[in-house]
Write a new protein. Structure first.
Length: 172
């Protein structure tokens, strides 16, 4: 998802494949009767929401501070974020919402999880977005070569300056 070299349409196709795959697994588990015992699971997430909000906020704040510092500092690792536009942080938030919404909604469509729109909205906004800033920070740190602007080398400069003009294909 974070790779800059992959075209946007290809990312959408993979996201659609992921969603359809989760939905297919949920539907298969609903309609193929291997073991139909009912399992009741409950969890109390009331106290965890505050921690998730803090984790998501701190994660995005660290990324934004890293981005702002990259505007003023040139040394490694600050320069990694220099070529990432500010609007890309919105893409990260939407990615986090989409991934978790995909997981939750496919379980609801398949009838595995009861339909609760409030839980779906809160979970989609928070749960995966607590990890997206960390994942993106690690991704850029490990793939820093993709994010640092490269100046042309001497051979590229000389090749372009020596290159002959194209011949005319048609006579005037």
């Amino acid at each position: 998802m974070f790779n800059k070299k992959i075209h946007f349409v290809e990312k959408l196709l993979w996201a659609g494949l992921m969603y359809c795959g989760w939905l297919a697994i949920g539907m298969m588990s609903k309609y193929i009767a291997w073991d139909d015992r009912i399992i009741d699971i409950s969890r109390d997430m009331a106290n965890a929401r505050t921690k998730q909000i803090i984790m998501a906020s701190v994660g995005y704040a660290v990324l934004l501070i890293w981005k702002i510092l990259s505007e003023f500092l040139d040394g490694f690792p600050w320069n990694i974020m220099k070529n990432i536009p500010y609007w890309y942080f919105g893409i990260l938030i939407v990615t986090g919402i989409f991934i978790h919404f995909s997981m939750e909604s496919t379980l609801m469509i398949a009838g595995i999880r009861p339909i609760d729109w409030e839980v779906l909205a809160v979970n989609s906004l928070l749960e995966f977005n607590t990890g997206i800033p960390i994942l993106f920070g690690l991704w850029t740190a490990f793939n820093w070569n993709d994010y640092i602007s490269k100046s042309p080398t001497k051979t590229e400069e000389t090749e372009t300056s020596i290159a002959q003009p194209q011949e005319k294909l048609f006579a005037e």
